[in-house]
Design a protein around this ligand. Structure first.
Ligand SMILES: NC(=O)c1ccc[n+]([C@@H]2O[C@H](COP(=O)([O-])OP(=O)(O)OC[C@H]3O[C@@H](n4cnc5c(N)ncnc54)[C@H](O)[C@@H]3O)[C@@H](O)[C@H]2O)c1
Length: 340
């Protein structure tokens, strides 16, 4: 049985990832320092998956050797692969507190990379972001597009990508870097979901508002798109995590290092998302174009996903409707998200 390490397992995407990997027969060890994560998803994972799931409260910036030593007992290597989600990831915060982002994301990842090299673990899947592209000159955005982040969060992720690549060249690390577009949705049973408050996620806010949890008054930038609202690429969180599992399988079969976008390749407009929430909930929102357009907003930001299709044999199966349905189940059960 494959044993993997997941970092950031108490967070939104990592908790859903752990559940999916465990349901698919993996043994999962996880690390989180609860910086933005929560104890409840860890407790649920422990209850659901018993001894197949193990959790360490630890900071990636600290000494990880005791964990790796312990997990190496009776095995050739501590882990067959590592899936690295842990990070600070709020764009606005990164522009106010660059130190936090360079320290936590870059130093934390460097420490992890050095530990992987020390314990001869040579398979890594890394959570990156489309923020590394900055204001893309050509759309759809392929992995060949130039990188030019316009915020500290994106820059910190690009720095990690480069470190990973150097560890690949020097220490033989094989990696899959996954650049996500807009992640959306909850686990299909509504048990794990997005908990940040305030949320910057459109679909999450619209669903919360439809349930009367938060007020929602949407203004959008008028753009040259068919319905006049911006188009973004919303990838469902289950689809996204299934791609991570495929990336682990790809590396396990001996696949070489890759840099891959994860999106839908088509995208949805802001109005399409809001209309879908209205249709599924019967709740009407007040939606109108903003008076003043924001500088530098692109009308359409979508990914090309040909590499994900050809290399990982992955394509998104779920639609906006599925994300909205899972969010309705999640927020009905957890109106305020996880308890702090
Ligand atoms: N949510 C999105 O839309 C999105 C989009 C693109 C990329 N990503 C990337 O996906 C990953 C997961 O994002 P998320 O939305 O689940 O965020 P999240 O904040 O919910 O989860 C991050 C987890 O990492 C943990 N963590 C942070 N620093 C740590 C450290 N030094 N040591 C141990 N644990 C630490 C946090 O406590 C938290 O549980 C991040 O790397 C993020 O950059 C997310």
């Amino acid at each position: 049985m494959s044993k993997i390490l997941i970092t950031g397992c108490a967070g939104y995407i990592g908790s859903i990832a752990a559940d999916i990997f465990l349901k698919n027969g993996y043994q999962v060890v996880s690390i989180d320092n609860f910086q933005t994560g929560y104890k409840q998803p860890i407790e649920i994972l422990q209850e659901r998956h018993k001894d197949k799931f193990k959790f360490y409260e630890a900071d990636l910036k600290g000494d990880l050797s005791p964990i790796f030593e312990k997990e190496s007992k009776n095995r050739e290597a501590a882990f067959d692969a590592v899936v690295h989600y842990a990070a600070s990831c709020v764009v606005d915060e990164s522009m106010k507190n660059p130190y936090k982002y360079f320290q936590n994301n870059v130093l934390g990842s460097l420490n992890l990379l050095e530990t992987l090299a020390k314990y001869k673990i040579n398979r890594l899947v890394f959570s990156s972001t489309c923020a590394v592209y900055g204001e893309a000159k050509t759309v759809p955005i392929s992995e060949e597009n130039p990188t030019n982040p316009n915020n500290v969060y994106g820059e910190s992720k690009l720095m990690i990508e480069k470190m990973i690549d150097w560890y690949g060249k020097i220490k033989g690390l094989n990696y899959v870097i996954l650049r996500y577009f807009n992640v959306s949705g909850a686990s299909e049973d509504g048990v794990f979901g997005y908990s940040k408050d305030p949320s910057t996620h459109l679909t999450e806010n619209a669903v919360k508002s439809s349930l009367g949890i938060v007020p929602f008054y949407l203004t959008y930038q008028k753009m040259e798109t068919p319905d006049g609202s911006p188009i973004r690429d919303y990838v469902n969180v289950i689809d996204l995590n299934e791609a991570h599992m495929k990336a682990v399988e790809y590396l396990t079969k001996g696949g070489g290092s890759q840099l891959i976008n994860l999106g839908t390749g088509t995208g949805n407009s802001v109005l399409e998302i809001v209309n879908k929430v209205q249709e599924l909930t019967g709740k009407k929102f007040d939606v109108k174009p903003a008076d003043k357009p924001r500088e530098g907003e692109a009308p359409k930001l979508i990914a090309t996903i040909e590499k994900a299709k050809s290399i990982l044999d992955w394509s998104p199966k779920r639609k906006v409707e599925d994300s909205v349905k899972s969010l309705l189940t999640w927020y009905k059960a957890h109106p305020q998200g996880w308890e702090k």
